[in-house]
Design a protein around this ligand. Structure first.
Ligand code: BGC
Length: 770
């Protein structure tokens, strides 16, 4: 497996670089993202470079200008530290840099950078460290140690808050107030231009010469949207100057604020600033362990540690980006860059949710509460389109927003004009995807309290939408869904996209089931929901429409038509695009209108349907559809590889499964230095975990409950993992030929059509065919 980032043979928790490689900074900035579910900061270097993209976000603080899509505003930068040595600015592009090493510790999100730098007669050793605290969501701490190796030098350090950041040119902040408090605390108070969210950013510095703290007051420097503190000091050869920066960020929507944003953050920083960097890091490391590492185990024994690093990295990013409260969702790129503007997609329910519900169900719960709050926006959207119930936005931002997808995209190669993005109006499968996520969460966790308070209502609202969205076709004598975009976004006006129809059908069926079940077993919840819906009428409508719904069946060759026309379109050789390291290469040859009429698929579409409804289709049908669609799929979305890997493993194409696993791991960590510039791919990363646990580990939620049916790659010696099922922790160890299951409670699971029952701590050993 080729990585575009350095790893260490004996360290499964480190990714980094061993030379400055400043031309590719943007990729490393995304990869070395630090976050805690509230605050997210890209891994930019402390000093400035030409092609850097400094980004810092607080989840949920969207701002919107007229005629532009709403987006997470890029906050003033607090990472910057500019260092001058005898009047010469530290820059890795000048002078001579040796022994360079920079890396991210995946256990606790600390970035460490160390190197020697020589400019003219001066040589110095630098060591930078920093982290975003998992123990205190507002806190960022950074430290630099500078040791002159050649002679005494005069050092100048400039550090502060720099609000001259933009989102691709858009400045979301007003000028604000900037000042110094108590001679040592610099502060900026500002506000977004339109959504009027207030922010306070405060920074405090301490300096030490060897072990002795210096009482050195800074020179304050205020510029437009900038406030800096400047320090100047002579440091002798072999003395070590330590500069510690404590910074915190608050905003007016924080629930832990008392009354005055600026005073609160000042007080907190005064308090925190008494601690050492190491102590605060230890608190954060402990919080990381409690949040994920103590609960989740994935151990791969293989001939090298690349698969292990890839899965550790995936978990690191998912946890660093998952919102710590329920009013926010995870963007397609988390907070790791400006790509997709912080918006959440179906990526959350279909791709990321399995990781959270099987590891930290409370976070899956939060994400679903967000969708409950998002019913306001979804009902608005349904209403605007003339439908009933709730239609979830294709791109979600604030829960009350109906739709946040932008209207215009990149240039059309034929017309030269920007292409209209239709996803916001036509990619409607997201409504079933959300309901599907809700249902799977309830089944997995047994959290019926959530189901009664929110989950069932989400499912019913979605089902009601579908009942109003389907149209009657008197020739086919069935209900159908016309003019949609399915997962394959290269078909913009599909009629009866199989994925969309099956999911809508599932949703209406599930809605009817929920109503019938509540009427029989839980009249209290039934009556409560009956105040919001006419359940008697709704159940009748759902049963009727679901039973008359057109579901594209396998044709004579066993192929499920992706939509009404796909199979009649022209076939072309798509190998060139499939092989390419970059996505969207096909747009160099065709525009969207042309792609609409070609048998080329952007990402798993029918194949995803076969995976999500695996119990409904035979292995033979899955294999036939694999043979048909896989060669036509060009994987122009990071969501595609994981479905292919898992499905290939299911149907015994083990070599292909491993190839797709490797490809998936390489989406961000691979050698394409442009792939992650605007942020990493959260659903792709979740895909890495999914392939390991749901694919090779064989953990599935099937009709009859939990299934564990592993098959690991031939190059792996073993796979050990744990997950939570209805509050019970289950540990699985898979080797070639057998696997064992031990749980800390009573469980029942299925494997190869056998049902197994295990008592607490009883070890069940199952032999498998090799
Ligand atoms: C994919 C969508 C996905 C979005 C965000 C697009 O390229 O086609 O399915 O939701 O990216 O990840």
């Amino acid at each position: 497996m080729l990585f575009g980032i350095a790893t260490k043979k004996d360290d499964d928790w480190w990714i980094g670089v061993t030379n400055p490689d400043t031309p590719h900074l943007s990729k490393y900035e995304s990869l070395m993202f630090q976050g805690n579910g509230y605050l997210g900061i890209r891994g930019s270097l402390e000093e400035h470079y030409l092609n850097e993209k400094r980004d810092m976000f607080i989840l949920g603080t969207f701002d919107k200008f007229k005629k532009e899509a709403t987006e997470l505003p890029n906050l003033p930068d607090i990472v910057n530290i500019e260092i001058t040595v005898n009047g010469k600015s530290l820059s890795l592009n000048h002078g001579e840099t040796t022994n360079y090493q920079r890396g991210l510790n995946l256990k606790n999100g600390e970035i460490i950078r160390a190197f020697d730098w020589k400019k003219g007669p001066d040589k110095l050793h630098f060591e930078f460290r920093r982290f975003v605290s998992m123990a205190n969501c507002h806190l960022f701490v950074s430290e630099v140690k500078i040791t002159p190796i050649s002679d005494t030098v005069r050092l100048q350090i400039k550090s502060g808050i720099d609000g001259q950041q933009t989102n691709g040119g858009t400045q979301h902040f007003i000028e604000g107030n900037k000042r110094l408090f108590n001679a040592r605390f610099v502060q900026m108070q500002t506000q977004t231009q339109n959504s009027l969210v207030k922010f306070a950013l405060t920074e405090y510095h301490r300096l030490f010469l060897n072990e002795t703290e210096l009482t050195l007051n800074p020179r304050l420097q205020i510029e437009r949207r900038q406030v800096f503190a400047n320090y100047s000091i002579d440091v002798e050869k072999d003395q070590c100057l330590t500069f510690v920066k404590y910074a915190n960020v608050f905003c007016s929507s924080d629930k832990d604020l008392k009354d005055n944003v600026s005073e609160d953050c000042l007080h907190q920083l005064e308090h925190v600033g008494r601690e050492t960097y190491q102590k605060l890091l230890a608190n954060s490391t402990k919080a990381w362990a409690e949040k994920i590492w103590n609960n989740s185990c994935v151990e791969i024994s293989s001939h090298n540690n690349k698969p292990q690093i890839a899965v550790n990295y995936a978990q690191y990013q998912l946890v660093a980006n998952v919102p710590c409260d329920y009013s926010k969702n995870i963007g397609a790129k988390g907070m790791t860059g400006e790509g997709y503007k912080g918006h959440a997609f179906w990526d959350t329910e279909i791709f990321m949710m399995p990781f959270f519900r099987l590891n930290i169900p409370s976070y899956a719960h939060n994400l679903l509460i967000y969708r409950y709050l998002n019913l306001i926006g979804a009902q608005k959207k349904a209403h605007q389109g003339g439908y009933k119930g709730a239609q979830y936005p294709w791109e979600a931002a604030m829960p009350e927003d109906a739709e946040s997808a932008p209207l215009w995209g990149s240039a059309d190669i034929i017309t030269g004009e920007p292409m209209k993005i239709l996803s916001g109006s036509t990619e409607i499968h997201v409504t079933s995807d959300v309901a599907f996520g809700v249902y799977q969460y309830i089944k997995n966790t047994g959290d019926y309290a959530f189901a009664k308070r929110m989950g069932y209502e989400i499912i019913l609202q979605c089902a009601q939408f579908w009942a109003s969205r389907v149209t009657w076709n008197s020739v086919k004598n069935s209900f159908e869904i016309l003019d949609v975009i399915g997962p394959d976004e290269y078909k913009e006006h599909a009629d009866n996209n199989a994925f969309t129809n099956y999911m809508a059908h599932w949703c209406m069926r599930k809605g009817a089931e929920v109503i019938t079940d509540l009427r029989q077993n839980d009249l209290l919840t039934y009556n409560h929901l009956n105040k919001k819906f006419n359940l008697k009428q709704l159940v009748k409508e759902l049963i009727e429409k679901a039973s008359m719904m057109y579901l594209p069946e396998p044709n004579g060759d066993g192929i499920i038509p992706q939509d009404d026309n796909y199979l009649s379109y022209k076939k072309i050789n798509v190998n060139k695009y499939r092989m390419s390291d970059s996505t969207s290469e096909i747009f160099k040859d065709f525009d969207l209108k042309q792609l609409d009429k070609i048998q080329v698929t952007k990402q798993a579409d029918v194949l995803l349907l076969l995976l999500l409804f695996e119990g409904n289709f035979s292995k033979k049908i899955i294999k036939k559809n694999w043979d048909y669609y896989e060669p036509k799929t060009i994987h122009d979305s990071s969501l595609s590889f994981s479905t292919h890997a898992i499905l290939a493993n299911d149907i015994g194409l083990y070599g292909k499964a491993f190839d797709y696993f490797e490809k998936n791991c390489q989406i961000d960590l691979g050698t394409n230095m442009n792939s992650s510039v605007k942020g990493v791919h959260m659903a792709g990363l979740a895909g890495t975990w999914k392939i390991v646990i749901e694919g090779f580990g064989g953990v599935r939620l099937v009709k009859d409950g939990l299934q564990i049916q592993p098959h690991i790659p031939s190059t792996w010696k073993s796979l050990k993992y744990s997950f939570v099922w209805k509050g019970i922790k289950i540990n699985v160890l898979v080797t070639h030929g057998c696997f064992s299951v031990v749980a800390d409670g009573k469980i029942k699971f299925i494997s190869h059509k056998h049902v197994y029952y295990a008592e607490p701590d009883e070890k069940i050993l199952i032999e498998t065919k090799v």
